[in-house]
Every structure is written in C-alpha cells, then in structure tokens.
Design a protein. Structure first.
Length: 522
C-alpha cells in the first residue's frame, strides 16, 4: 500500500464523514462517498487496514486471512462493474479455473462446482440422474431469489416508503430455512448434502440458515470463483487509494471508544486516545453487535434498536492452519481450486468438537493462495502457501480473549499445537505428498479474530444468516440515531461481496440520489 493512503497521523481537515472500521464494508462506503466528492476519514484500530481482506507475512510466505474465492467480480455483473469503477479499473481478478471448488466425500465420492450454471447442472445430473426434477426446481428457486435481490438491497438503503415497497417480495425467501426447502425438493440425503455443502461460505448449517443465503451463495459462484491479482491486500490498496484521491485518509492503530451525540444527533467520535473528531455523518462498519455493545452512549442502552440487535447470534468461529511450503505443491495435488474434505455425509453440525481427542473435524476447507495469484513468484526454492479452515466453538477459547497476543500462556499454546498437529494429520490423509513440503505452520484461533477485527465472539461472517436475522427490521444502514449509520455485511449478506454491497447501501442511505445515479451508470 502507498504511504499516502493511511498512517498513524490524523490530518487537520474538515471531514464530511467518519467511518469506524476499515473492513470491506467500511472501505467500500468510503470509496463510494469519495467518488461523490466527500472527504472521508476511516478509523482503524489494527495496524493494517482492510479487515478480512488484509494479509500477513512470515519469513518467506504471505497469507490472506479471509479472501479465498470471490464471485461476481467480472464486468458481466453489476457488482463487478461497481467495484471496477470504485477502483478505476486498478483492481484485477484471476479465475480459479473451470472448477473453483472441489468436494470430496466419504467413499471417494468427488464432485466439482464449475464456472457455469450449465456445467453445474450437468455435474449434479451425472451424479444423480434420477433427481432431475429436484435439481431443476432447486436451480429455478436460486434464480428466483437472485431476481428479487436487487430490489431487496435497494430497500435497505432507501427511505421508508421505498423500503417497504421494494423489499416485500424478497422477504419470503429469507424466512425459509435451507433444510426446509431442500426437504421439500427431495428425499435424497446425499443430493441435499451436496447442495448445502457450501454452507461454510456463510457459517450456518441447513437447519438454521436462511434459504435465501444458500441461494445467494449458489448464484454468487454460478460463473466461477476469482482471486485478486497481487493478493487479497490489493482490495484495500485500491479502495483506500480512491479515498485518498478525494482528500480522504485512513488512520490506523487507533480505535474509537464512543460516538459523540449532541441533541439526539451523531456529530463525531471519541478516539481511544481521548481525541475528538467531528463530521456531519458517522458510520460504524465494525458490525452491528459490536456497535450497539461498545460505541453508543449509555443513555441508548435500553433503546428497542439496541435490544433487538443484542438478541441476534454471531456466526461461526473458526481456526485456520497457515502452511508454508518449499517445493512443487502442484505435483503434490494442490491447485487454485479450493478443496473441501468432508468426513461425513451429514452436514448438520455447528463446529468441530475437538475436546474428544479421537474426533476429526467434520470438514476441512483447504486453499492454496500462492497458486491463485498469477503474480506470485515462488523463487528457486518454490515457496508456496496453504490454508486449512474449520469451524470451532468460541466458548473453548473465550478465557483467552482479553489476553495479549503472544502472551496467552502455556495452556493456549499447547492447545494450538495440538490442534495444528491434528489438522495436519487429517489433511495429509487426503494429500500425503504435501507432508514433506511443509516448512512452516501457524494456527489462528477465534481470539485472533477478536483481537485483530474485534468481531463478536470471533465471528467470521458477522451476524449468523438465520431467518431471525433477516426478519429483524433494525438491520439496515439507517439507525434511530440521526446522522449515524451501519455498514458492512450485517446490513446486507455475508462474505466479501456481501460486505461490499453493505458499503454501497450505506452510501445510498447517506447520499441517496447521487449514489443511485452512480449505480445506474453501471
């Protein structure tokens, strides 16, 4: 990143908007408002901006922390066109190939998720030729949900009367659970498991998740998965450059302790170092739960808006095993495609119960970022990276959430070492040729997420995407506090693009007509 886009210093400027948090939602909102001529200050507590789009290095390797595959980023989609304009075409994407996800189930059953809807249908029919009716009805419902989503998104950002009118048709899909819809289509357990097996992309099992979320993920990847050329940090690099080009700034290493409220209006923020900064518009992009629990003045504690959001549950927590390789990992079976290794045909679980020393993680999500990025240079020693992700219960790590990084004690380090060894052993069962190539490994836990992103209970996807979440009338950019807005995936849907759409919706709430004009030009 250019030093001209972020730093510890705080320029003396008259800001048009202050945004708390520089994740995908905050950055997108800032970039959109910057394109509309606003001077935006982003305030980030971490020393690296970007939220789950940032990367980190160790020795000869660099890993992403949250971007493994992104759909709808080409200029064939409105989302892709908007993102392209927000970055002035500086952000480029590389395809993960004809198959972006490979699913491996017991009995050596494998099915690939390809880069066109036609191929996806063919793959499902090849595996389940007797289930054509169920498959076609599912794909039809995916299209129906997608068709209604544009108006649903607009309903989130536009004022009251427009909101009620536009969002009405889409709401019905959010109130159905994934399992209910799949049960209505077929009795074939394996087919239902395969359809729902991507729930790792939104962090809620079929019995809990909204069917609309399942359908949106299917639509999102219907034309394949992509990865940012140059690595996932390029997303932040280019969005923050747009902010800087309009006179904006991203201040790092400083959190916000409270929103300043005067005469029932948000007018500024108090930084954790005690300084006060003022602006006509204030946006929180740190998540709805964290916002109502930590940023609002005490007099709002009993407001219906606050109480309602506090009833919602954070999404899943996870561990990620970061692997550094030396050698030809392609020869060992790695590829740009993500590999899902399922230990069971039952995808109805919430997390790995690792307290049982014999228990395997129900699923391993495996990614090789260095093979996804065409600009990665492995050098003569062939340095490559891999990641292994699975869900875990946050409660097993909660006692360490307030401890300092690298100072969490011997018990914590011992648990990390145990889980690392178990995950490696499980991975090498499927990819044994990788084992001799491992030269470095490190495990992140849910408290890593709480420290670096301040996510509630280490949630990787914000609020869990259940029907209760989408029925909540308060999860939208506008809040009851005048001139104060929410942004990010919680006001939209989960994931990188969900958070990006949330950023656009917040800009729409702040500047309705100018933002609408910008979107319509795409």
């Amino acid at each position: 990143m250019s030093e001209k886009t972020f730093g510890k210093e705080l320029p003396e400027k008259k800001w048009d908007c202050i945004i708390v948090g520089s994740g995908m939602g905050g950055m997108t909102c800032a970039a959109m408002l910057s394109k509309l001529g606003k001077k935006v200050l982003l305030v980030e507590q971490h020393y690296v901006p970007g939220g789950y789009t940032h990367t980190f290095p160790r020795k000869n390797w660099r890993w992403d922390v949250g971007v493994h595959a992104v759909g709808e980023v080409t200029k064939h989609s409105m989302v892709g066109r908007v993102l392209s304009r927000l970055t002035d075409d500086r952000l480029q994407w590389a395809s993960l190939g004809e198959a972006y996800d490979e699913f491996h189930f017991p009995d050596e059953f494998r099915i690939d998720f390809p880069d066109t809807p036609q191929k996806f249908r063919e793959n499902l029919l090849h595996a389940f030729p007797e289930e054509q009716k169920a498959i076609d009805e599912y794909l039809k419902q995916v299209k129906t949900v997608a068709k209604n989503m544009r108006n649903y998104y607009l309903s989130k950002g536009l004022p009251g009367i427009f909101s009620r009118f536009l969002g009405k048709n889409a709401q019905q899909f959010f109130l159905q659970k994934t399992q209910q819809v799949l049960d209505s289509l077929t009795d074939n357990k394996r087919l239902k498991t395969i359809i729902a097996s991507q729930w790792g992309y939104y962090g809620s099992p079929p019995s809990r998740s909204s069917f609309a979320m399942q359908a949106l993920v299917a639509k999102h990847f219907s034309y394949g998965g992509y990865y940012p050329v140059g690595g996932s940090q390029q997303i932040a690099t280019e969005l923050l450059q747009t902010v800087a080009n309009s006179g904006g700034w991203t201040k790092i290493c400083t959190g916000v302790s409270q929103i300043i409220v005067e005469k029932k209006r948000a007018v500024g923020v108090v930084l954790e170092d005690g300084r006060k900064v003022y602006a006509p518009k204030i946006v929180s992009a740190i998540g709805a739960i964290e916002t109502v629990n930590h940023l609002l003045p005490q007099e709002m504690d009993n407001h219906a808006w606050v109480k309602s959001i506090q009833t919602l549950k954070p999404s899943a927590a996870h561990v990620c095993l970061y692997l550094g390789f030396k050698g030809d990992i392609r020869q060992a079976g790695a590829s740009p495609a993500n590999k899902w290794f399922w230990e069971t045909w039952d995808c109805e679980f919430e997390s790995w119960d690792f307290r049982d020393p014999r228990a395997l993680a129900p699923v391993l999500y495996t990614s090789f970022p260095s093979l996804k990025d065409p600009q990665h240079d492995p050098g003569k020693q062939m340095f490559h990276t891999g990641e292994v992700v699975t869900f875990v219960p946050f409660a097993e790590f909660a006692k360490w959430q307030n401890e300092r990084v690298m100072k969490r004690g011997d018990d914590y380090n011992a648990l990390k070492e145990e889980l690392s060894d178990r995950l490696k052993k499980q991975l090498f069962k499927y990819m044994p040729q990788l084992e001799p190539l491992v030269a470095y490994s490190e495990l992140s836990t849910p408290v890593s997420c709480t420290h670096y992103t301040r996510a509630a209970k280490g949630a990787i996807y914000g609020i869990e995407p259940t029907p209760q979440r989408y029925a909540n009338p308060w999860l939208k950019p506008r809040t009851p506090l005048k001139n104060f807005y929410l942004s990010g995936s919680d006001v939209s849907t989960v994931g990188v693009i969900g958070a990006m759409v949330g950023g656009v919706l917040t800009a729409l709430a702040v500047e309705p007509w100018k933002t609408m004009a910008f979107i319509r030009r795409n």
